[in-house]
Design a binder for this molecule. Sequence first.
Ligand SMILES: [Mg+2]
Length: 235
Amino acid sequence: MLDTICFDADDTLWESQAYFDAAELEIASLLADWATPETVDELLLQTARRNLPLYGFGVKSFVLTSLETIDEVTNGAAPPELARRVREIGKELLAHPVDLLPDVTDVVEQLAESHRTLIVTKGDNAHQRRKIAASGLEHVVDGYEILVDKTASSYREFLHRRDLVARSTLMIGNSLASDVLPPLDLGMHAVHLPHTSIWAHEDMASDDPRIRTIASITELPDHVRSVTDQPPSSD
Ligand SMILES: [Mg+2]
């Protein structure tokens, strides 16, 4: 039995990583006199990982991490225009339009008629709230949650807060590490919907047999129907 469907937001409902990819490309080109694009990419990733426990996810963290990386790559000798441009890039990232991915509205509307639907995202609270409002989905779904991180313990707290039963709740998202494996570990249902680009920090492969992958969000209603119709398991 399945009563609640939770949708990841970034790169599941709308485009996100593509904007960060373009920003990283521009930062690498700003630093072309000091380092190769591969070195800049690697340093951005290492610095982001080091900063995650302090800054969390999102654009503001990305800006601080980029400024730190520029300092490191140039040994503190970067011209001030570079830092100014990075702050502008951050503001552009925060203001980018919310481009819903194909068929998202139809599928969310369809499932919202039969199930409780929630958007479950993570990252910068103010930015995610603005994107949810701009998406037009805020009044289609029954609610949203902006988690600090998407670990098994943050999902457990979320289920508890919303009074949800793990085995009656399904999570769908583009990240195995954030949207699929932690929910499966808690006994939730989970569906992987890969997107064209994923942040290196979240990128992973898994041959875990519990993972169900779909190629398009249009396959979700059929999958939901098959899970909803399953008899309760005996365990
Ligand atoms: Mg995502």
